[in-house]
Design a protein around this ligand. Structure first.
Ligand code: GDP
Length: 325
């Protein structure tokens, strides 16, 4: 059994594996590293959609139908803002806004984003580490058929319809094109003996974290077992534009494309039973392949998946230990 586990995650898809692991291992073993590049400002508030999806999921407050937002939340404030003629394409519920107001106030007082997230997690009763990969304001920019868009403009305002032509990230703290890993995330990755890349959109949800200075190096230099779970099942996303974005940016929209994107960063790729015809080609690239039913609909299937995945990884490692002995 690994002693320290890190998981690099996006929002809704990634949260499924994160939640399964959270309820399967000792949560003190677990460090969750969310994507911050979807963050954006609305009504003067700093909103961190993927971070909050993870916080709401782990504290069991999430709207399970949507996979994001708070269950039973209302939209009174947003209705009032709409009446004042304000843009309201980004749905922000009343309880959800309490998170954004609190985060924004603390940011204005100069607190570190990492510390604010740790505090929010503790307030929600979450007892694993939720570690921002960077304290910089690091945002994705999408060059598209509709011009240059932030992630929320692309995903929510335009419902991921624009054709994606290129992606980049920018640091709005320094106005530069790079961001720095936090000491906490570096330490978590360096001390992990198992690192997961969650079944999230590789380019939009994992890529921004990989593009932070220090993250890729931590993965390439790590002696941990590095395992990615494919977000594509039968070559299709469960939800969202993963396949379309991969194709648009020159990757195959299947598990071979996922392996290509994570080349050099992973030892093992977990693929769905529906994709097992690609297992030999992946093995020829030197990857260990685990074939499972990767659909995680509810908490029971998430826990079952996490347990089976940890068992499969332990089984993989067993023969190697025997050889060494
Ligand atoms: P976002 O940041 O909220 O867009 O979410 P993510 O990037 O974390 O997740 C989006 C990806 O999750 C999509 O590619 C989906 O195919 C994938 N996904 C969602 N649910 C599942 C699931 O149950 N199993 C697997 N394997 N992938 C999933």
């Amino acid at each position: 059994m690994p002693e320290q586990i890190s998981i690099i995650s996006g929002g809704v898809g990634g949260a499924k594996l994160v939640e399964g692991l959270y309820h399967t291992v000792d949560s003190k073993q677990l460090s969750v590293i969310p994507n911050v590049a979807d963050d954006d400002e609305f009504y003067g508030l700093w909103v961190s959609p993927d971070v909050d999806t993870l916080l709401y999921t782990l504290s069991n407050r999430v709207n399970r139908d949507a996979g994001w937002g708070i269950a039973g939340d209302t939209l009174h404030l947003q209705s009032a803002l709409t009446q004042l003629g304000r843009d309201s394409w980004m749905t922000l519920g009343d309880q959800d806004l309490a998170t954004h107001i609190t985060r924004s106030e603390r940011l204005q007082r100069g607190q570190r984003p990492t510390d604010i997230t740790t505090w929010l997690a503790a307030q929600s009763g979450i007892d694993c580490r939720v570690l921002l990969p960077t304290d910089d304001k690091w945002q994705t920019r999408i060059e598209s058929s509709h011009g240059v868009l932030s992630m929320q403009q692309y995903f929510v305002k335009h419902r991921h319809q624009p054709t994606v032509k290129n992606l980049y990230h920018r640091n709005i703290t320094t106005t530069g094109m790079s961001a720095e890993i936090t000491p906490e995330t570096q330490q978590a990755l360096e001390h992990s003996d198992l690192i997961f890349i969650a079944p999230s959109n590789p380019l939009l949800s994992i890529g921004p974290t990989l593009a932070i200075n220090g993250v890729r190096e931590c993965l390439t230099n790590s002696s941990a077992k590095r395992v990615a779970v494919s977000p594509l099942i039968g070559g299709k996303a469960v939800k969202g534009p993963t396949a379309e974005v991969m194709t648009a940016l020159g990757y195959r929209a299947d598990v071979l494309g996922i392996a290509d994107y994570y080349h050099g960063l992973i030892d093992t790729l977990v693929i769905d039973e529906q994709d097992q015809q690609h297992a030999d080609a992946l093995a020829q690239q030197g990857l260990e392949v685990i074939i499972m039913n990767t659909l995680m609909d509810d908490l029971t299937s998430r826990q079952r998946f996490a347990r089976s995945l940890l068992d499969a990884i332990a089984d993989q490692q067993a023969p190697r230990k025997t050889e060494v002995a």
